[in-house]
Each structure stands twice: as structure tokens, then as C-alpha cells.
Write a protein that binds this ligand. Structure first.
Ligand code: MN9
Length: 292
């Protein structure tokens, strides 16, 4: 049985006022979140704007997080690139930093076939002595793994599980039941309670950057079988997520961080800054649900 549990913020990547990577800010954010009781961090994912960063920035960000992170917590590094050899370079860098796992989206843009995706993950797994977490995110990668595809991937012992950023709870439930020894992270924060209901134990999410305490409370209420209260908390975070998705999830999260006094800059171009109207909407919502 997998022992990994709890919430893992998919860390934002902070930028300073000139748009440069701000590792100092990243370390402050890590320290704040670990005081809140998170189980670890997912670095360099979608929320971290990884595909808008240079390779050097991706490495520096990971180094900063590992340095600031309590060694009892887990760091999982998304090292995914398009070319296998580039991903392996980042994987080896992450391995040297003693991360708990490396993770990767399937290489996107070019339409590879399933044998090629499978080989990609096998090559990654063979390149390092660190478990591999498949990042399943069909809405962004454009790659829809079937249950058979996932079973083929998970048959590799070095593949420790999945970050399941998909609304398919049926698939998640089947995977949890088939692979109790592996970890299936829920990747959609708005589904956390539903995913706990089908046996999930751990979650990786973008909005854990801004309201970790609400999700930790949700876990706790679930464990104590306080169904109504848990539904209420999920409803609150979902009301916030709805607004964040409306304005652009990552831009909205960075705006909330600024309102919380944790200015991490704005998302990198081609993302555009929020309009004043969008900022007002985010502020009003954050105030309503008392996260600022
Ligand atoms: O890391 C995040 N995935 C993406 C996980 O952003 C693609 C989620 O936390 C979502 O942002 C969130 C809103 O849909 O669930």
C-alpha cells in the first residue's frame, strides 16, 4: 500500500518586477506552505509555468526549493521536455538533488504513437534511480491515455503512479483499485473530496499555493467522517476556483498571492496581466471566502 498522502502544492514560479526568476521568493513561499502542513511540493509543473522557463531557470528553481524544503517533506520534480535526451538531462539534475520522484507530461506537439510514449517513460525510468510519476493531463498535453495505455505504463515497476489531472473519476477509481501499491495523485483541486471518496490519498494542485489550510481541513473532515462540513469546504474552494478559472487560473493564483503579501510577480508573456476588473473580481472573491 502506498504511504504517500496529503497535499502537494504545484508551486508557482515567482518572478521579480523585471520578470526574472526570484528564487528568494520561492524559498519564502516554500517555508510558508510547509508551516501550513503540506506533505511536499511539485516543482516545475503547469502552475510553475515550466514551459515558459529556460532549462537553467527550471534547474535553479528546483535547487532553491530543495534547499528551503524540510528534508522530511517530498519534492517531486516535473522534468518533462519534448526530446527524451533533454528530459533525461533534467531528470539527472533532479536526481542529484535527492528528489522523491521525477514526473513528466508525455512529450506534446508532435503526434507520437503509444509505443513512443511508452518508450519515453521507460527511457526516463532507466536513466535515473528515482521513481517516475506519469503526469496525465489530457486537456493541456492533448494526449488521452486509455485505461490499457495507463496499465501498460504502470506495469513498469519504476513508475510509481500518476498525477491524474483529468475529470475522469471512473478511471481514477479503477487505477486506485488495480494498483494499491502505487500513488494516484488527484490533479484537480475541485475534485479533491470526490477523489477521496474513490480512495485517493494524495493530491497535487495549483490552488494549494493560496489556501492550503482549507484543503488540509477537508482531508481532516473526511477522515473524521464529517460529510456535511467536508462538502461545505469543497464548495468554498470550488467557488474560488471557478473565479480563478474565469480570469486564468495561474494569473488568478498569482494575484491572490500578491493580495496575501506574497508577491510572486505576474505570469510570463504571452500571458497578459489581469485587467482591473478581473483583479477586483479576484479580490472580492478572496475576501468573501477569507483567504486574504
Ligand atoms: O497541478 C493543476 N492543474 C493545472 C494541478 O493547472 C493544469 C490543478 O490544480 C488545476 O489548476 C485546478 C483548477 O482546474 O484544479
Amino acid at each position: 500500500m502506498s504511504t504517500i498522502s496529503g497535499i502537494y502544492p504545484a508551486l508557482v514560479t515567482p518572478f521579480d518586477e523585471y520578470g526574472k526568476l526570484d528564487t528568494n521568493r520561492a524559498q519564502i513561499l516554500v517555508e510558508k506552505l510547509q508551516k501550513n502542513g503540506v506533505s511536499g511540493f511539485y516543482v516545475g509543473g503547469s502552475t510553475g509555468e515550466s514551459y515558459l522557463l529556460s532549462v537553467d531557470e527550471r534547474k535553479k528553481m528546483l535547487e532553491a526549493v530543495v534547499e528551503a524544503c524540510d528534508p522530511k517533506l517530498d519534492v517531486i520534480a516535473n522534468i518533462g521536455m519534448l526530446a527524451t535526451e533533454h528530459s533525461i538531462e533534467l531528470a539527472k539534475h533532479a536526481e542529484k538533488l535527492n528528489v522523491k520522484a521525477i514526473s513528466s507530461v508525455p512529450p506534446f506537439y508532435f503526434p507520437f504513437n503509444m509505443d513512443e510514449y511508452f518508450q519515453y517513460y521507460c527511457d526516463l525510468a532507466d536513466s535515473v534511480d528515482v521513481p517516475v510519476l506519469v503526469y496525465n493531463i489530457p486537456a493541456m498535453s492533448g494526449i488521452q491515455f486509455s485505461m490499457d495505455d495507463l496499465e501498460r505504463l504502470l506495469s513498469n515497476d519504476k513508475i510509481m503512479g500518476l498525477k491524474h489531472t483529468s475529470y475522469d473519476l471512473f478511471q481514477l477509481q479503477r487505477l486506485i483499485q488495480h494498483y494499491p501499491e502505487k500513488t494516484m495523485f488527484v490533479g484537480h483541486d475541485e475534485l479533491l473530496l470526490s477523489a477521496l471518496g474513490v480512495g485517493a490519498k494524495a493530491a497535487i494542485g495549483s490552488t494549494f499555493n493560496i489556501m492550503p489550510e482549507k484543503y488540509i481541513m477537508l482531508f481532516d473532515l473526511y477522515k473524521k467522517n464529517k460529510k456535511e462540513e467536508a462538502i461545505t469546504v469543497q464548495g468554498e474552494v470550488n467557488a474560488i476556483i471557478e473565479v480563478l478559472c474565469k480570469v486564468g487560473i495561474f494569473k488568478g493564483i498569482k494575484e491572490v498571492l500578491t493580495l496575501q503579501g506574497m508577491d510572486c510577480g505576474v505570469c510570463r508573456k504571452p500571458f497578459q496581466p489581469l485587467t482591473e476588473t478581473q483583479k477586483a473580481l479576484v479580490k472580492e472573491t478572496a475576501e468573501k471566502y477569507r483567504i486574504i
